[in-house]
Ligand binder design. Sequence first.
Ligand code: FAD
Ligand code: NAD
Length: 468
Amino acid sequence: MEKFDVTIVGAGPGGYVAAIRCAQLGMKTALIEKYPSLGGTCLNVGCIPSKALLDSSEHFYNALHHFEEHGIDIKTPKVNLKQMIERKRGVVKVTVEGINFLMRKNKITIFTGHATFATKNTIDIEKEDGKKETIETGKTIIATGSKPSSLPGIELDKKRVITSTEALEMNEVPKHLIIIGGGVIGLELGSVYGRLGSKVTVVEFMDRLIPGMDGGLSKELQRVLKKNLSFEFLFKHKVTGVKSNGKEVTVSSLNSKAEKVEVKGDYCLVAVGRKPYTDNLGLDKIGVKVDSKGRIETDDHLKTNVEGIYAIGDVVKGAMLAHKAEEEGVFVAEQMAGQKPHINYNLIPGVVYTWPEVATVGYTEEQLKEQGKKYRVGSFPFKASGRARASMDTDGFVKVLADEVTDEILGVHMIGPRTADMIAEAVVAMEYKASAEDISRMSHAHPTFTESMKEACLDATGKRALHI
Ligand code: FAD
Ligand code: NAD
């Protein structure tokens, strides 16, 4: 039986990054992935394909709505969805090939098949053809990720009642896409089809979009999605069932007055969160504890209750984000090698890739109020940014929350053009405990979107923004 120092189960961004770091640190490393394609949810049916379709659909939207104003006359553009999906597949393929290369480069042994613990130190791998092989391992990192959740009363037929996975592989642009859940997946994939011409209705249980994020962002995103893409929103609606007759779907919900509301469309995307995936992993056999939500329980060092077994990424508590999984992969590998790594969970940024993009890090205003913390707010609208006017991207703002006493930046919440990239400045500033004054004294190239961060900091420190 082949023996490894460490085995990682699951080749998503948590698992494959953990494998690279373990190998870099000199461990004999195995990576087990049940699918032939490495990269997990993120590369195959998550971050990368969704961003590929978001980019394509944004080009289409701009061609249709903005080219004329830019002085570009073209024939009315038409959607070629088949080609759009084909390009997306190409992006995924090249990205996955990149991971294969990295595995070879780092001499990581890949096993393709479903992993199940036989004992704490032996793992059975069942291949697609039913053949089994067993390997021995000193330590194990579980990085088995998550799968889409659903709701009671909803049968996901994956044809008309679909998850994000099917929404990335559509044969036609829906006429009316009903989305259950106004969170990240719903709004990103809703944007893709909204831009391509679908009518989009979002049915959301809470009273606002992206409920965990700063309330100011929810409001602005709702305004812009309504204005630009004619999204319709049903807030405070609890979905009770979805029926499909093969051509049409009917989504039933109860509004805040407990009245029954029905919406009809041709597709329903269920985007109400994801659940940890540990099916047939054999956790019960070796006594690894899971919590009431099915997440593997870990301590602050990402150790499970079983010596030598760690868990990272979507399968443990915390934000279900690729970069969080990656940080955890590196953290565990370095701990195994005797190092003392650190993760600042409060500074893991969150991004929603709508247009305008939403990006956030640190505490929200709601959280600061709850903590009773005294803070100052500085904000700057993109309509006052020369760069944003040049590109006609004037929706949104940057909001900086700074400690009233020390001026330390406690949270930054942005909605606007390229804020997904801009948020990195806020992360760096906050990691170094910068004050709003510090940022407001640093030169930001002109004209850039990032000047808006400086202006928001100026606004937070004595209302001295220069361009509002
Ligand atoms: P996963 O990526 O889920 O990987 C787990 C892997 O383990 C899978 O390949 C699975 O097949 C394998 N596995 C499971 N059980 C076994 C077993 N028993 N044996 C062998 N293999 C097994 N996050 C972002 O940060 N940015 C984004 O833009 C973003 N966009 C997203 C868009 C969509 C549509 C979706 C669905 C998700 C998106 N996410 C995004 C979330 C991101 O994909 C996840 O947070 C991330 O993939 C989690 O990484 P992971 O390594 O923990 O698990
Ligand atoms: P989510 O938690 O972001 O949103 C789910 C939404 O569904 C919430 O707004 C919730 O209130 C609503 N909801 C729950 N039950 C409902 C009901 N019965 N009726 C109506 N609405 C209901 O989850 P998601 O959008 O499915 O995304 C799953 C995970 O994937 C998230 O944790 C997210 O972090 C990750 N993801 C990240 C990105 C990104 O980083 N850009 C993109 C896509 C997905």
